[in-house]
Design a protein around this ligand. Structure first.
Ligand code: GUN
Ligand code: ZN
Length: 474
């Protein structure tokens, strides 16, 4: 099979890639607006003009409606929806998880997606919710995997998705990822996570996604099912997710909710429209609220900010500054910050994927102490082997005669060989006044270095007040 996913640029576990389908190639990360075939709030042709390069719809809804079914079978999905670029179809698994039952067999709904020329078809998986018993998670995963094996054996022209389930059991998710990697699929959606996102459980979301990614390996395109709020695009992309679907733009609009990259506002509680998309440029808040087209206009705004955030994420990957974007976005909600900290704890995994050659980085928040570059330095500090008289200093002007080795000290890194001062990441731009987290990290790394070198004699020359005492203390 020709390579259908090509990675062009990387930052953290995130990447810019190219995915080839029957209806052309899309650049990832890509946001697919969800289109309801019965009542599209924004017609797919309009979505395309707004910048949506790919959409997703529900094949089960089309299958169950005799008129839509007949038209799709006759003229194809793209003609039915009026969209010429790639379309992904979901299988109705979500209906299954909401209603407990659906009227179609796994084979039937998959063959239907092939027949209407879906660009990415999804087998009927079982979206196991979070926190269920281990027995249930394993039993449902087994059924999903049997269906996946059957799906992979079918003749097809388009791409095929392989949902990864396993509830909140990281080891099951990782196993499901390894299982998926053995089969000839094209796209790998992490499923069953909508309840985690609805409950703001971003820490658990990070655990689930990272586990699935570890099982899958880094070369395959991953879809995060149901992740449509722009607030989490940076975090999800940093974990290596490439496809996103947004029902959020329409669902929130129907509830008078205004999306921003920082969260969700209720129109009635707002005083201004803090955005310059075509909707917000042409309307005042008052006009928007009283417009008969309110829901449609709000859906448009919601989608504009979502698509713009996706472009911002891509620009950050290209610049190598995705971590900086993450820090900013994760300020929006305390639980987002928990998610970022959880991701930072995956330091070794992130480090391996992160491309090393970057420009200078800027330390502008406490979370900078958790960056992969800092964690890597901390992990390897005990490999620096020192003998004799060692000076640790934060003052490059200090007199160093008589010392066998000189290490510079800079929060959040702590000590590093003076010879590396001009190289990445030690050339980081840091504030004159380091914050508590950066200093703590630096002191802890320095102590680890001293523990690893009991034969060396350490001296300190610090401009920063109180530092020499802190370094000398046990
Ligand atoms: N939509 C949201 N979550 C899921 C999932 O786990 N599986 C499928 N097929 N669709 C979804
Ligand atoms: Zn707007």
């Amino acid at each position: 099979m020709p390579d259908r996913f090509e990675i062009l640029h990387k930052d953290l576990a995130g990447r810019i890639g190219r995915l080839s389908t029957l209806h052309g190639t899309v650049e990832t990360p890509v946001l697919m607006p969800v289109v309801n075939p019965h009542l599209p709030l924004i017609p797919p042709g309009e979505l395309q003009k707004m910048g949506a390069d790919m959409i997703i719809t529900n094949s089960y809804i089309i299958h169950q409606d005799p008129a839509l079914n007949a038209q799709a079978m006759e003229r194809g999905l793209h003609d039915l929806l009026g969209f010429s670029r790639p379309i992904m179809t979901d299988s109705g698994a979500f209906q299954l998880s909401v209603y407990g039952d659906i009227d179609v067999s796994p084979l039937e709904i998959l063959e239907f997606q092939f027949a209407i020329k879906s660009d990415i078809s999804v087998p009927l998986d079982i979206p196991t919710p979070p926190d269920v018993s281990r027995d249930r998670a394993e039993a449902e995963l087994k059924i999903t995997e049997e269906r996946l094996v059957q799906a992979a054996s079918l003749e097809r022209e388009g791409l095929l998705a392989c949902p990864i389930q396993g509830s909140t059991y990281a080891d099951l998710r990782e196993r499901a990822g390894r299982f998926a990697a053995e089969l000839p699929f094209d796209v790998y959606p992490v499923g069953g996570v909508v309840p985690l996102m609805e409950a703001y459980r971003y820490r658990d979301l990070v655990d689930v996604v990272v586990a699935a990614k570890k099982g899958l390996g880094s070369g395959r395109p991953v879809h995060l099912f149901g992740a449509g709020h722009p607030m989490i695009f940076a975090l999800a992309t940093a974990m290596g997710c490439d496809l996103f679907d947004s029902a959020a733009y329409a669902l929130y609009a129907r509830q008078d909710r205004y999306l921003t990259v920082h969260g969700t506002g209720k129109l009635a509680d707002m005083s201004y429209l803090p955005c310059s998309c075509p909707v917000c440029e042409k309307h005042t808040l008052k006009e928007l609220i009283s417009s008969p087209e309110k829901t449609r206009l709000l859906a448009r705004h919601n989608l504009y900010v979502s698509l713009a955030e996706m472009r911002q994420v891509k620009e950050s990957i290209r610049e190598g500054s995705l971590w900086d974007l993450l820090e900013t976005r994760c300020r929006s909600h305390p639980r987002m910050l928990d998610g970022l900290r959880r991701l930072a704890r995956q330091g070794q995994w992130l480090e391996r994927l992160d491309s090393a050659g970057k420009s200078t980085f800027f330390c502008t928040s406490a979370e900078a102490a958790l960056r992969p570059e800092v964690m890597r330095h901390a992990r390897k500090i005990d490999r620096i082997s020192l003998q004799g008289e060692v000076l640790i200093t934060d003052d490059p002007q200090v007199d160093t005669t008589g010392y066998d080795r000189v290490l510079y000290f800079k929060p959040p890194f702590g000590p590093y060989p003076a010879e590396l001062a001009e190289t990445y990441p030690f050339n980081a731009e840091v504030p004159e006044e380091a914050d508590g987290a950066a200093i703590e990290q630096a002191v802890s790394i320095a102590k680890e270095l001293m523990r690893a070198n009991p034969g060396a004699r350490f001296s300190f020359r610090m401009k920063r007040e109180g530092m020499e005492e802190r370094l000398r203390s046990k």
